[in-house]
Design a protein around this ligand. Structure first.
Ligand SMILES: C[S@@+](CC[C@H](N)C(=O)[O-])C[C@H]1O[C@@H](n2cnc3c(N)ncnc32)[C@H](O)[C@@H]1O
Length: 214
């Protein structure tokens, strides 16, 4: 279901980028920040879990978690190029039967989706202006946990992202990168009944794991 967000994401996350990501994944495995999400989800000790991967790109998270933790996955993505590559890779891995692919802005389709045990957003909140709407919808779909990565709220990241956005403006490209306040994301998820149980940091990215209070 094409949307304004999809058009923008299609331009930003196109076929060349998707192919390059797949090449890296096949050569070197998941990226460092993605590994943090995979480790966090595995630490929950779930089996036969359902997974909802929002903005999953080439699908690394479900390609990996369908090996041991998950038995089914839904991948919602605004980029058709990423979804195409993710679909082809899932077929190659014989996961096609277990993954449902949806081309949409997640906030437009969330109401129609079933809940999943685990929801993941790897480098996605930073691509979306309305973090509140995105995370509220994501948490409403999470039965047990959410894991996500986002840019660290430190001066050097803010400076780099401000300069990236400056050049985007010069190019008249509407895509922007956002450093959303971590405390605001935390407060929102807490108000949705999710508590942070793990945090890991790299130079650029922070990974957080939230579990639903029982
Ligand atoms: C930086 S890429 C990250 C891809 C992948 N998660 C990774 O870490 O390699 C951001 C992804 O989020 C998707 N995205 C951003 N906002 C979205 C939204 N509201 N709904 C669905 N997908 C979204 C983009 O299309 C893109 O695939």
């Amino acid at each position: 279901m094409p949307c304004n967000c999809c058009e923008m994401e299609n331009n930003t996350f196109g076929e060349d980028e998707a192919k390059a990501n797949l090449k890296d994944y096949r050569r070197r495995g998941p990226a460092k920040q993605t590994k943090l999400i995979l480790e966090a989800v595995r630490s929950l000790g779930l089996k036969q879990a359902s997974l909802l991967d929002i903005g999953g790109g080439i699908g690394t998270i479900h390609h990996e978690l369908l090996k041991d933790v998950a038995s089914e996955a839904t991948h919602v993505d605004a980029s058709s190029a990423y979804l195409k590559i993710a679909t082809e890779e899932a077929k190659r891995l014989r996961h096609s039967e277990q993954v449902k692919f949806i081309h949409a802005d997640f906030t437009d389709v969330a109401a129609d989706l079933p809940q999943a045990d685990v929801v993941t957003l790897d480098r996605v909140v930073c691509c979306y202006p309305n973090m509140h709407e995105l995370l509220k919808a994501a948490s409403s779909k999470s039965r047990k946990a959410i894991s996500m990565t986002y840019p660290r709220e430190v001066w050097y990241i803010k400076a780099v992202i401000a300069s990236m956005n400056f050049f985007q403006r010069l190019r008249k490209d509407p895509f922007r990168v956002f450093v959303h306040p971590i405390q605001e994301m935390e407060a929102l998820l807490n108000s949705e009944g999710l508590q942070r149980i793990a945090t890991r940091r790299l130079f650029v990215w922070e990974m957080a794991l939230y579990r639903r209070a029982t």
